[in-house]
Ligand binder design. Structure first.
Ligand SMILES: [Zn+2]
Length: 386
């Protein structure tokens, strides 16, 4: 054996994929998804020096080929997106989920989707071709897009296209989605498959879009047991969330034995997110990320929701630090802080003061989640095999 072989295998090689070209696109002034959040996250990551790590590579985003979208999305839907990309609005577009509201028609929306999906495919390729163990596409994770319909700010489902690429290379994939919204598009794509284990942790569909993701949605046919849902009640805090994660996710990952874990790392679970009702803090988010790192033999990380842009920047900076095994100092880097002040952000610390959980809500939420966890243990655990 080569004397350095062990060392090479142990080396944690990571890739961060990004381009300022994202900023050429805009969902519109009133839309909650502000693409500038990606730039802010990039600036904070760079400000901490996390793109200069010896183990880390920076990969500028390359657009996907239009034909790469057709592995999942229907031809008629892609034609509508091509029309919309040129700013042409046909009456039919409404039938495919496009129009004023969540999924606006803006110039270049297909080009934007090709960039996002391209970055996901670069992350997939980096990890699947053994160049490294971890890759992070902060622009990705657009988990609501359906085969023939835009939904929830998502036009093209980059997680599904990335996972399909891994399947075509014979890999087993576990998908873990920690966005506040149910990962419905990804669940639907693999609902009848036992080659992809999807696990979504989210605010219950009783109180939040898209209204799905209940514990009894466990997959169908060969896929029975391979769709897993943890719907949390409003105001769930770090303690209950991390407890439920620990009860369910590690055992399922050990039973399934994936080659690669793909994650959607939405940041809209935080107590101060303007669109949702969960009550997590950055501390709970960080604990879950450490656990995912322990559990994933290889890790393709995608971004996701998050509508307080400072939360997004801080949480994905912390995520990238976890991926690289780096501890960050609490004080935000000076150049970043100077920019942040101009945007009205006055916090100087990465994690800030941990928020006091709402204990009164905690007991009811814990009781509710104990029922959900028991349901999953009874109905899902026995079915999941490697
Ligand atoms: Zn979300």
């Amino acid at each position: 054996m080569h004397p350095y072989r062990g060392k090479v295998i142990e080396k944690m090689e990571t890739a961060f994929i990004y381009t300022d070209a994202y900023l050429d696109y805009d969902y519109g002034p009133a839309h909650p998804l502000r693409i500038g959040r990606l730039k802010l996250a990039y600036e904070l990551i760079n400000g901490y020096g996390l793109l200069d790590l010896r183990s880390a590579q920076f990969l500028p985003t390359l657009k996907a080929e239009p034909k790469e979208l057709a592995v999942y999305h229907s031809e008629e839907y892609l034609n509508i997106l091509r029309e919309a990309n040129e700013g042409r609005i046909t009456g039919e577009a409404y039938l495919y989920g496009l129009g004023p509201g969540d999924n606006p028609i803006f110039p270049g929306l297909l080009d934007w989707s090709l960039l996002v999906t391209g970055a996901t495919l670069q992350a997939i390729d980096f990890v699947a071709s053994e160049k490294g163990k971890v890759a992070f596409n902060i622009a990705g994770g657009l988990h609501h897009a359906m085969r023939s319909r835009a939904s929830g700010f998502c036009y093209i489902n980059d997680p599904v296209i990335g996972i399909m690429k891994l399947l075509s290379r014979g890999r087993r994939v576990a998908y873990i989605d920690i966005d506040a919204h149910h990962g419905d598009g990804v669940q639907e794509a693999f609902y009848e498959s036992n080659r992809v284990l999807t696990i979504s942790l989210h605010e219950t569909g009783s109180t939040l879009f898209p209204g799905t993701g209940f514990e009894y949605e466990i997959g169908e046919g060969e896929g029975e047991g391979y769709s897993v849902n943890l719907p949390f009640p409003p105001y769930t805090d770090d303690e209950v969330y991390v407890w439920a994660f620990e009860e369910v996710v590690p055992e399922l990952i050990h039973a399934f034995r994936p080659d690669i874990v793909v994650t959607q790392l939405g940041v809209d679970t935080f107590y101060n997110d303007p669109l949702t009702n969960l009550d997590l803090s950055i501390l709970g988010y960080e604990r879950v990320l450490h656990r995912i790192k322990d559990l994933a033999p290889k890790w393709v990380a995608l971004g996701g929701g998050g509508y307080d842009i400072f939360n997004v920047a801080k949480a994905w900076t912390l995520a990238w630090a976890v991926m690289n095994g780096v501890e960050l100092k609490e004080e935000l880097p000076e150049p970043f802080f100077k920019e942040a002040v101009k945007m009205g952000i006055e916090e100087k610390e990465l994690r800030g003061r941990a928020r006091t959980p709402r204990r009164s809500q905690n007991r009811e939420n814990r009781a509710e989640m104990e029922k959900v966890v028991q349901y999953i243990k009874r109905n899902v655990f026995p079915k999941v095999k490697s």
